[in-house]
Design a protein around this ligand. Structure first.
Ligand code: FES
Length: 160
């Protein structure tokens, strides 16, 4: 068994490294709290859904401009339509990952820290800084039910 060397009283060799270690910790803590140096927290990574293809009960004919169908329970998204077509908007807030709620004519609001998004998923009020993700939507055969791939992220202007 190996024993650690014992320090003689007044031996500065062991005291000095501890002091410098504590000073380094203090500097790190101060740096982390200075404005502009702290990392902004992002939405936490969620484990990938093993079944990312979500079959809705809606068809193209069900989706008229202004329609918003809530599929938060099926796969954390909203199926929507505007004059350009059908699209799927993630319900996962880009601040810290809470599920946003449909707030009628004003778009979507996050109950956690009050971020707000319009119907295109653009941020209208922070603290969120990024728009909601858009997912790919396609029609299935033979019934024409709409299928959303929540593992995909498509450009916000994408429509079916
Ligand atoms: S999680 Fe913070 S505003 Fe949505």
């Amino acid at each position: 068994m190996t024993s650690l060397p014992s320090a003689a009283p007044g031996d500065q060799r062991l005291v000095q490294p501890r002091r410098s270690f504590c000073a380094t910790l203090g500097l790190l803590a101060m740096t982390a709290t200075l404005p502009g140096t702290a990392q902004a927290p992002g939405a936490p990574e969620r484990p990938p859904d093993p079944h990312p293809l979500k079959l809705t009960e809606a068809t193209r004919e069900d989706m008229s401009p202004g329609k918003v169908l809530d599929y938060r329970r099926l796969g954390a998204f909203y199926l929507m339509a505007d004059e350009r077509g059908i699209y799927a908007l993630s319900a996962i807030c880009q601040h810290l990952g809470c599920l946003v709620l449909s707030e009628g004519a004003s778009g979507f609001g996050c109950p956690c820290h009050d971020s707000a998004y319009d119907f295109q998923g653009e941020v209208t009020q922070g603290p969120a800084k990024r728009h909601l993700n858009h997912h790919a939507v396609r029609e299935t055969d033979p019934k024409g039910l709409l299928l959303v791939d929540i593992s995909s992220t498509v450009p916000p202007e994408t429509r079916l």
